[in-house]
Design a protein. Structure first.
Length: 194
């Protein structure tokens, strides 16, 4: 995702995109991630199994859940948001249709105030639809990837962490090294901190 013809770090497609993908910032350049992980269980904080279709998670929702969990964000965290949508994962049409997701203000809270270096959620696209920014179909992707350089994890199964009320953990993950790719699968591991 780019903005004004550039991706993160000011790289331009006309200068750095080759016939086999990006010559810079490809998925093969992503280092393994070993960091403190934080689950923000928005659905549980609201007393529901799953947020409603198209629910747009706000900054206040995140703050409320963090307060209920007695957890604070720290610079360099990997922050994962549970909407509960993973409960429908085996029913593809239900899972993909009208997913809940983050608001732009919530994303700004995570990165600018919370210091998150990576964000993610259990939904399909991290954000929800329709877009809250006219003329930008995926404003959170543009903001996080092009403006902040913050990778996004999607389709993360957070049900076990939620069930066990594990809100802080050691996060370990490394993406596949697809040369020039703008995305790659990752298998995240969460080791509870007790």
């Amino acid at each position: 995702f780019g903005l004004d013809g550039k991706i993160w770090n000011g790289f331009r497609a006309d200068q750095h995109l080759g016939d086999r993908g990006w010559n810079v910032t490809g998925a093969e350049k992503l280092p393994p991630i070993v960091a403190r992980g934080v689950l923000i269980d928005v659905a549980a904080a609201k007393g529901v199994d799953m947020l409603a279709d198209n629910y747009r998670v706000t900054r206040a929702d995140l703050q409320q859940a963090l307060k209920a969990q007695q957890v604070s964000l720290e610079k360099g965290d990997v922050v994962l948001i549970r909407t509960g949508r993973m409960r429908d994962y085996e029913k593809a049409q239900a899972y993909m249709a009208n997913p809940p997701g983050m608001s732009l203000d919530a994303a700004k809270f995570l990165v600018e105030e919370g210091g998150a270096m990576v964000v993610g959620a259990d939904n399909l696209s991290f954000e929800t639809f329709p877009s809250e920014v006219e003329g930008n179909y995926l404003p959170l992707h543009t903001y996080l990837l092009a403006m902040q350089g913050a990778p996004i994890l999607e389709l993360v199964n957070l049900e076990g962490l939620s069930r066990d009320r594990v809100y802080q953990f050691a996060f370990i993950g490394a993406s596949l090294k697809f040369r020039g790719a703008d995305a790659a699968p990752i298998r995240p591991i969460a080791l509870p901190i007790r």
